[in-house]
Design a protein around this ligand. Structure first.
Ligand SMILES: [Zn+2]
Length: 173
């Protein structure tokens, strides 16, 4: 397993739309293992292939009951097939350093996906787990959580990033 580099905003690769996975082989398993390793190292609770510069429709999400368990679930070609309700919860992103913000999401979603062998499956998620899935699936469409914020908040963040990149402000994390 290899820890991969997580791309950060404004890297243009984060805006790529991921392609459907058609091949379920050892290489895909390897990529999933690397993504899980990278996610737990960060640490994070979800990671999309887009975030490590791979343009496949693939996400991994943490499903551990205890933090030390490191149980994760890979979802290949995931898409939201039904949704209901609304919730607002605080989000952050490994690809968007130094920012957390409230984002409005569906409260409950059903996601169709394929497992590591290509078998079709469905999962229904609510509350926080539904937020994580929506956030990660967004990545596969080139969408970041800052795209859900008000234009003003987004502008402020862009300015902050510019300053950080110019070295005027050192990131604290
Ligand atoms: Zn993210």
């Amino acid at each position: 397993m290899t820890i991969r580099t997580i791309l950060t905003y404004p890297n243009p690769l984060l805006r790529q739309k991921a392609k459907q996975v058609g091949t379920f082989d050892k290489e895909l398993e390897q990529l999933i293992d690397d993504m899980a390793e990278t996610m737990y190292d960060a640490p994070g609770i979800g990671l999309a292939a887009t975030q490590i510069g791979d343009s496949r429709q693939l996400i991994v999400v943490d499903i551990s009951k205890e933090k030390r368990d490191k149980d994760f679930m890979p979802l290949v070609n995931p898409r939201i097939v039904s949704s209901e309700g609304q919730q607002i919860d605080e989000e952050g992103c490994l690809s968007v350093p130094e920012l957390t913000s409230n984002v409005k999401r569906f409260k409950k979603i059903t996601v169709a996906y394929q497992d590591i062998t290509g078998e079709a499956a469905e999962i229904t998620a609510e509350e926080r787990f539904a937020v994580v899935l929506q956030h990660e699936i967004d990545h596969l469409h080139g969408i970041l959580f800052i795209d859900h914020l008000s234009p003003l908040k987004r502008q402020l963040y862009k300015k902050k990033v510019k300053k950080m990149l110019a070295g005027e402000e050192r990131p604290s994390g």
